[in-house]
Write a protein of this length. Structure first.
Length: 327
């Protein structure tokens, strides 16, 4: 059984959109043993989509035996031939988990923190240089945005830049202007695509910055920040290292943009304005029974005909998107 019968749709979109290929190309953080970068990235994306907000919530994915079986099956198609050959040699003992453990993912995130990043000093505006590893995540996000633009062309780009405060109790975090410890990413929202174009992860002591916009400010940034911090996992940082937190934030943005692509390009206008609570109720969190038949893994939905039609139509649309924009 699985309580996440709609989540495999996002796996198909990761592949069809070219995001999986972009992750392989741009995210190169892991060492020679253990999990691959793409497995780590996907674990955090799924955690965000499945209503997780901290590393410990990876266990919910691991304990969902139905979703674990589906992920193992799809993983064989998602990984390249070379990656599949390497997997056996990357493990000293037989692999026991479907998704990385919280400890493994925490160690992986810490690799995004450059050794030369200086420690934040109270009373200063601290904006660390973006490490090459974090830049790789930004490039993967850019590839997803390129896919969205190809299928949803727009002649106008309305950009809204605004900062948001993420309250934290991390020892090395700095106090913001409101008196509490915080991080303060500065974000650039692309209104026409409903996506986050870029974000600069900063400590809380930085000035908020001035919002800039092209043509007119869309005024959506506050609602978007609420989605990122409440609906997704952007409201709780996993580490005391700012580089690790920058990676966590960047991964949350990829999950957000992937969900936007799902709503706008796959599910249609009825879904465009729905927040994650509705997506989880009507799509992601559908109950299902996972069975094997003739070497094929099948998810039998426990929901009604409407949910089944949504899944079937979505899969057909994702396959069509992989072939490129019409015309």
């Amino acid at each position: 059984m699985t309580s996440l019968a709609g989540l495999p749709l996002y796996l198909e979109l990761v592949q069809s959109s070219g995001l999986a290929a972009a992750i392989r190309q741009h995210v190169q953080v892991v060492g020679r043993q253990g999990w691959l970068d793409i497995q780590m990235v996907l674990a955090v994306i799924f955690l965000n989509l499945a209503d997780g907000d901290c590393l410990a919530d990876l266990e919910r994915l691991e304990q969902d035996s139905g979703f674990a079986a589906v992920l193992q099956a799809i993983e064989r198609d998602l990984l390249s031939r070379g990656e599949r050959r390497l997997l056996a040699s990357r493990w000293r003992r037989e692999r026991e988990r479907t998704v990385p453990s919280p400890a493994a993912l925490s160690a992986w995130l810490e690799r995004f923190h450059g050794p030369a990043v200086p420690k934040a000093v109270a009373g200063t505006a601290f904006i660390p240089a973006v490490t090459e590893a974090v830049q790789g995540m930004c490039r993967a996000n850019q590839a997803l945005l390129d896919f969205m633009l190809r299928h949803q062309p727009a002649a106008v780009a309305t950009l809204d830049m605004d900062a948001t405060l993420i309250e934290t109790h991390k020892r090395d975090a700095l106090h913001c202007s409101k008196g509490f410890k915080a991080y303060q990413p500065l974000n650039c929202w692309w209104a026409e695509q409903g996506a986050m174009l870029y974000s600069e992860f900063r400590n809380g002591s930085c000035p908020p910055g001035t919002s800039r916009w092209l043509r007119a400010r869309c005024g959506e940034s506050e609602e978007v920040h609420s989605v990122m911090k409440s609906d997704l996992a952007g409201g709780q940082m996993p580490s005391g290292l700012i580089g690790a937190n920058a990676a966590w934030w960047a991964l949350m943005l990829v999950a957000h943009n992937l969900n936007t692509a799902m709503k706008r390009l796959v599910l249609g206008k009825e879904w465009t304005t729905k927040r994650m609570k509705a997506l989880r109720l009507r799509l992601i969190g559908l109950p299902g029974r996972v069975v094997r038949h003739a070497r094929t893994l099948i998810i039998r939905l426990g929901a009604g005909a409407e949910a089944l039609a949504t899944i079937v139509n979505a899969r057909q649309t994702i396959r069509a998107l992989a072939c490129g924009p019409a015309g």
